[in-house]
Design a protein around this ligand. Structure first.
Ligand code: URA
Length: 204
C-alpha cells in the first residue's frame, strides 16, 4: 500500500472525526457537562480486521479512546492470546458518545452515529468485521444484507458469515461483548474459543 493511499485514508478518517466532534445531539451535549470526549476509533487504517463495540464507557469517554477500561483490558488479552497486536487492528463502536450511566444505546442514537461507522468501514476496507455484543451484531447484519440470519447472540457467536461491502468480500464474525465475560466465566471461555476462529481466518 503506498503512502499516498495511506494519506487518503487518514484524511478521510480525520474528516469523520471533525464531523463527529461538531455533531449536536443529546449525547454530545453531555461532553461539556462531564468534560468528556467522543470516541471515534483507533488503530491501523489498513487493518484486515475491525472490531466494533457498542458505545464508549466511562474511561473511554474520559480519554477519547475505545476499549481502554476493564473490557478493553480483556480485549487486549484476547488479542494477545492469538498473537495479534492491538495497533494492527482497528477498533471502534457503533455509537461514538457515551450514553449516560452506560445504558443501552437508543435506536435514534444508533441511527445518528452509524453513518460515521459505515464510512469508517468503507475507508478501512477490513476483510473481517468482528462485532462485540448484540447491538453491534444486529446493526452490522441488518446493514450488510444478513438480516434474515440474525438470531440470539448465544446462537450466533463464533460463526463466520459472508457478505459483500463495496464489491469486496467481507467476513462477519459475531462475538460476545468482552464486558459480559467480566461477570460470566462461561462467556469468557466462549470468547477465547471464538478468537481462535479469528486467528484461523487471519492465517488462511
Ligand atoms: N464498551 C464498548 O462497547 N466500547 C468501548 O469502547 C468500551 C466499552
Amino acid at each position: 500500500m503506498s503512502n499516498n493511499s495511506e494519506d487518503v485514508r487518514t484524511q478521510a478518517l480525520k474528516k469523520i472525526k471533525g464531523e463527529v466532534v461538531a455533531i449536536s445531539s443529546p449525547l454530545s451535549a453531555e461532553r461539556i457537562k462531564n468534560n468528556v470526549f467522543p470516541v471515534i476509533g483507533e488503530g491501523n487504517h489498513h487493518a484486515d480486521i475491525m472490531f466494533i463495540g457498542e458505545a464508549p464507557g466511562e474511561k473511554e469517554a474520559a480519554t477519547g479512546r475505545p476499549f481502554v477500561g476493564r473490557s478493553g483490558k480483556f480485549l487486549n488479552e484476547l488479542l494477545e492470546g492469538i498473537g495479534v497486536k492491538r495497533e494492527d487492528v482497528y477498533i471502534t463502536n457503533i455509537v461514538k458518545d457515551r450514553p449516560p450511566k452506560n445504558r443501552d444505546p437508543l435506536p435514534a442514537e444508533i441511527e445518528m452515529y452509524t453513518p460515521f461507522l459505515d464510512r469508517q468501514i468503507e475507508i478501512i476496507k477490513p476483510k473481517v468485521i468482528a462485532t462485540l455484543g448484540r447491538f453491534s451484531m444486529v446493526y452490522i447484519m441488518n446493514r450488510y444484507g444478513l438480516a434474515e440470519q440474525v438470531e440470539s447472540i448465544s446462537n450466533m457467536h463464533g460463526k463466520v458469515l459472508e457478505t459483500v461491502i463495496e464489491k469486496q468480500r467481507v467476513k462477519i464474525v459475531p462475538l460476545y461483548h468482552p464486558a459480559v465475560a467480566l461477570y460470566n466465566p462461561g462467556s469468557r471461555e466462549d470468547l477465547k474459543k471464538d478468537f481462535l476462529v479469528l486467528k484461523d481466518i487471519l492465517n488462511s
